[in-house]
Design a protein around this ligand. Structure first.
Ligand code: URA
Length: 484
């Protein structure tokens, strides 16, 4: 029999099935154009001969880079019908050249990266936009049920997120392709559903509305960006979107109100001040707590697997100075609080020397989990990479969106990257403040750990004095912005 070999996978997100088949095909030397990939129940291929695992070279050893496995696990969840073939084509290349995936100019790498990105984006939307409604079941127990329409086959992949996040609840997520159900112990799957199968609305929705209204800032309203982040298809299913129209409608009026208030004074400082005073929705603390609860089950990057806990920011929500460090260290990871270890002690002493009261500032980190290498009993700090900084940036942005500090201070290069999106050279950047996208000021200085690492005593004292000078300048500028 001639013609391409057809591989039929059991599910549209069947990574294991794809991997097993791909391994066999590769061992048998079948080139990518000789293989047609389909999914059971999907479109039938006209000219295919069924691939068989019989006679497959079990145990054929060909190891691929970890990076490819992660990429492939995401890509199989995409709805693009060519995804399995594209992955097989990349696997074929990797067999000849283990570094093939590193070639950014290769259109295949680019396409696969794009597919994976779209899947991750869809997963992010699911984490953010699933809204549960409370139901009482026939046995009198409560079940939370949500309706969601993903663009890709991500429901199985993301089930773990909801299990971790809502471990003690009974819940179901209904989607057109399949439904998943958690009873507190077991996760089960059922067939796809329709929106009519999900309930309407409940009092929980008020919490979301409060959170959303308090982060909504009329001066930063960008309808296009908002549509990109929260596509309209999700709107009808989300309680807070009932606020979107009134908030947009009221935005101009509130903006004018801010400008009016600022008119009494001059310049950006007073505009920011006016903005700080306007808190639509009011309940800032409840919003921050909702954010914290969400951050505690963050899985945006793999670092949640190694640290003990998410170390979120802390401090008053009306703080005028917000400090951003790099990531929690060993002691912070155990205590669940930022800057409490050796770097934290140096930070506290330096703040004191500069006349800044730490309890009046908000202190957070660019990355919220401790990244380390285990060496014997010791956990040795390891620098977060660009992907981890990027993944965690969202939390820092949410914290800043709630607190709206007139002045943000980046302690070191990781924080500077998280705040500016760019690689920053500290020695140059510490000379003068930058303006962030929201119009507020960002000051950049060294990280206290840098001071701890300087071996020569003289130089350490010198650098420490420079750090205190930077902090003094920051205090003076903060006072100036506050008009005192
Ligand atoms: N280093 C940081 O950047 N943050 C901390 O919380 C502790 C040490």
């Amino acid at each position: 029999m001639t013609g391409p070999v057809r591989v039929t996978l059991k599910e549209p997100d069947d990574f294991d099935g794809w991997r097993d088949a791909a391994r066999d095909l590769l061992t048998a030397g079948l080139r990518p154009p000789e293989v047609v990939w389909t999914v059971e129940g999907g479109e039938a291929e006209l000219f295919g001969r069924e691939a068989s695992r019989a006679g497959a070279s079990e145990g054929a050893s060909f190891s691929v880079p970890r990076q490819f496995v992660d990429l492939a696990k995401a890509v199989v969840c995409h709805s693009d019908p060519e995804r399995f073939g594209l992955l097989y084509a990349m696997l074929w290349k990797l067999k000849a050249n283990r570094k093939a995936l590193e070639d950014r100019a290769d259109p295949l790498t680019d396409r696969l990266e794009r597919l994976a990105k779209e899947v991750r984006r869809d997963a992010h939307k699911m984490h953010a936009f699933v809204r549960f409604r409370e139901l009482t079941e026939a046995d009198g127990q409560t079940r939370f049920v949500a309706w969601f329409e993903p663009d890709h086959h991500i429901v199985r992949r993301e089930a773990g997120f909801f299990v971790r996040r809502f471990a003690n609840m009974r819940w179901s997520i209904l989607t057109p392709e399949l439904s998943i159900h958690w009873d507190g112990e077991n996760l089960t799957e059922g067939p796809g559903a329709t929106q009519a199968d999900a309930p309407g609305g409940d009092p929980l929705e008020e919490t979301w509305k409060t959170y959303y209204a308090s982060i909504f800032n009329p001066a930063r309203l960008k309808v296009k960006a908002m549509l990109k982040e929260m596509p309209k298809k999700y709107w009808r299913n989300m309680p807070e979107t009932s606020l979107v129209a009134p908030l947009i409608a009221g935005a101009r009026a509130r903006e004018l109100e801010m400008i009016d208030r600022a008119a009494a004074k001059d310049g950006l400082a007073s505009a920011l001040e006016a903005e700080r005073r306007i808190e639509p929705g009011g309940n800032l603390r409840a919003s921050w707590e909702a954010l914290l609860a969400e951050a505690r089950s963050c899985t945006r990057c793999d670092l949640y697997k190694c640290g003990t806990q998410t170390v979120f920011g802390e401090g008053p929500l009306n703080a005028r100075i917000l400090f951003v460090g790099e990531q929690p260290g060993d002691q912070e990871d155990l205590a669940g609080r930022p800057f409490v270890g050796p770097a934290g002690q140096l930070f506290d002493a330096s703040l004191q020397a500069a006349g800044i009261d730490r309890t009046q500032t908000y202190v957070t980190n660019a990355v919220k989990h401790f990244k380390f290498e285990q060496r014997g009993k010791r956990r040795i700090h390891s620098k977060p990479d660009a992907g981890e900084i990027e993944a965690c940036r969202w939390w820092q942005e949410q914290e800043r969106a709630l607190i709206r500090p007139p002045l943000t201070v980046a302690l070191g290069a990781t924080a500077a990257r998280s705040l500016t999106g760019k690689t920053v050279t500290i020695s140059r950047a510490r000379e003068a403040p930058l303006t962030l996208a929201d119009g507020s000021e960002c000051w950049i200085t060294v990280h206290p750990s840098f001071l701890l690492r300087i071996p020569e005593e003289d130089r350490r004292a010198e650098e420490r004095a420079r750090f205190v000078e930077d902090l003094k300048r920051i205090r003076l500028r903060s006072e100036e912005l506050a008009g005192s």
